[in-house]
Each structure stands twice: as C-alpha cells, then as structure tokens.
Design a protein around this ligand. Sequence first.
Ligand code: NAD
Length: 407
Amino acid sequence: MFLEQLERASLHLGDLAPLLETLRHPKRVLIVDVPVRMDDGRLLHFEGYRAQHSLARGPGKGGVRFHPGVNLSEVIALAGLMTVKNAVIGVPFGGAKGGVRVDPRALSRSELERLVRRYTSEIGVMIGPDRDIPAPDVGTDERVMAWMMDTYSVNAGRTVTGVVTGKPLALGGSRGRREATGRGVFIAGRSAALHLGLAIKDARVAIQGLGNVGGAAAACFHTAGAKIVSVQTSAGAYFNPQGFDPSVLAGLRAGGRSVGEHPGTETLAADAFWDVESEFLIPAALENQIDEAVARRLKTRVVVEGANGPTTPAADDVLAGRGVQVIPDVLANAGGVLVSYFEWVQDTTSYYWSEDEVNSKLDRLMAEAFTAVWDAAQASKLSLRTAAFVLACRRVLQARELRGLYP
Ligand code: NAD
C-alpha cells in the first residue's frame, strides 16, 4: 500500500520524480532476537525490529508496536509512512518504526518489562535523541516508554530523557501528549467540516478502536457536541442512537467491563459497524480495515484516519467515486508525532510548557498542515492522500537532493 501510494504521487513530482527511488527502500533495518525469561522459568524468544526509512530531514521518529501480527514488511511500511507524515506536518524528523511480534497482554508485568528492556538494549545501536526517537504505538504505552528511557540511560551512563517520547510527565513527558493523536484527529475532522460545510454539533461519529487514539478522538468530538453513535473494539460492535458518553466508556473499559453496558446501547454483529450511518467515520484500530467491499457499504461523509493505513488504495478509489472524503493517516493522525516533537524540544531545552501552550500549538500547526494539503489537492485535482504524499515527497526529496550523494 505504501509503495502504491508513492507511485500515485510520482506523477506529480516534476523534476524530483527521478529521486523517488530513494523512498522505495528503507535506509536501514535491524532484526533482533529478544530472549525473555518467563515467570515460570521458560526461556522464550521474540522477534523484534527497528527500521529507519529516511533520515534525510532529521533523526528517525516513529512508534514501537507490540502485536502478534508484527512483521518486517509491516514495520518498514509504517516507517515509510512516518517519513511522509513527519514531512507533511513539517517536523524536522525522518521516518522510523519498530516492533516486537508478541501479544503484550499475554505477558505478566515483569515479563513485559524484561522484554522491553532487552528489546531496547538490542536496538540501542540505532536509537538516540539525535539519531532515532521511538514513541508508543499499538500495544505500548507511557510505562513502556519509561522502561525504554531508563534502559537506554543505564547503558549510556547518564539520564537521556529525549531518547523516546510519550513518556510519563515525571520523566520529561509533555503535557497533552497522551491525547495528542486523538485531538489531532478531531482538529483534522473539524477542518474538513469547515471546508465541506458540515456542522460538528450533532454530527454522528462512528469509531473503530477505543484505545489511545480512538478514546481521545471520541472525547474531543463529544465535547464539541457531536454524537458518538457507534463503536467497534476487538470485543465487538455497539450502537447507541443517543450517543455514547466517552467518560462513561473510559470508566467501563478501565474496570474491564463491556462497552455494551453503557446505557441505551445495542450490541451489533461486529461487521454491521460498517453499515451504521454517520457524518464522520474514524478507523482508529489497525490497518487494512476498509477494503473495496467495505468502502462500497460505508454510509458516511468523511473518513478521518486515526489508524495508520486503514484504507486500501482500491478502497480509496471506491470512496472517491462515491464522494466520501478521506482525511489520510499521514495528516489526520499526525497530532501525536507533532506533540512528540514538542516533547523532544522540551527535553532538549529542559524547559517545559503548559498544556494550553501545547494544545494551542498543536491546533495551529495541524490546521495549517490541513489547509496546505487541502489547497494542494484542490489546485492539482488530487485526493487529499496523494496531495499529502506529493507535498511530503517534495520536502524529503529536496532535502535529499541538497545533501547530495556520498561518496
Ligand atoms: P491502542 O492499542 O491504544 O488501541 C487499539 C484499539 O483498537 C483498542 O481499542 C482495540 O480494542 C481496538 N482493536 C484492536 N483490534 C481490533 C479489531 N480487530 N477490530 C476492532 N477494534 C480493534 O492503539 P492506539 O495507540 O490507539 O493506535 C491505534 C492506531 O492508531 C494504530 O494504527 C496506530 O498505528 C495509530 N496511531 C497511533 C498513534 C499514537 O499516538 N498512539 C499515533 C499515530 C497513529
């Protein structure tokens, strides 16, 4: 999918098009064996990865995913998407991504800590505050980032807060980071609504995934007066015509209870989620969720991609044909990496900002990036995704060209 999205951009790169080959290959990839002593004494081996796709515009930046489906090509593609995302949003980073093929929920806390520390140590040859800066992704959180920061610091013999972002506040994290991706998804949706003449108040929103991204996006849309009418998680799909209250959902999930226990909720067959009528549909779980068949069924106006790679290129074409606007991942979910950049800046200067400062900078930069992509799409009659890729590829390839080829 990533390569196909690059191809679509290649037709609009002018003089820079011949340089595109550099983005079809990751710059550097590391595969690591992560042996972990389990609580019952067994020794298990997990496969881990770190890929740096491009470092043309600055150090690598991208999350670490813990999921049983993680594999090398997925990590490389996600690193490529980070190159594009960081360039679209204008932060001075290249693209990177990491992961371990593991189900973190099947590990005890101490097993997870041993896995994180060994993985961090193994990829220690690649990461660093001015080399490559990991962050949370699916299956990892601020506790994992704290262990990663500590492990790197112990190995370096000094405290290096800026080696990862998405850390707890007490360890040099940024205010507003936890909600930043979801908040950015909301800002992207709000910007699209402005351009399309849609109201946010009373708009119906369907969200797949209620984790870090989906949960925060739900809260922002709810606060702005929208109705979260449908939710799908790995446990099932749910419908509530009056709208879910995200704080009630968060309470239920924190207590290990089902979304179906929210008052006024109807349980749907998991697949029926895609048939629910909405103004905004937010895939915020995993990739490849909206294929051609799903795209033909959707009854929504705007798809705001909270997840990375949720829509296949063929589905993009179906949605364009049906007049459904897709706000691509590289723009819609860039709020997380934007505030990660703020966190890295704060760690580097040891000067920390208020939550209002973080949120107002996030709001301004996300809205500016949205307008730049929207205007480019209108000017060249491209989809928002292709326009975002063109804009980003130009920035990366210009940097590549100016740096020249060594030796
Ligand atoms: P998370 O682990 O916090 O939450 C994932 C959610 O998806 C959970 O609610 C889970 O129930 C749901 N889910 C998992 N499998 C599902 C399935 N088969 N069907 C329906 N729901 C399912 O993860 P997250 O950090 O919220 O990330 C979600 C997506 O957003 C990923 O694609 C990730 O790459 C992307 N993303 C995350 C960030 C970030 O800052 N966390 C930033 C940019 C992009």
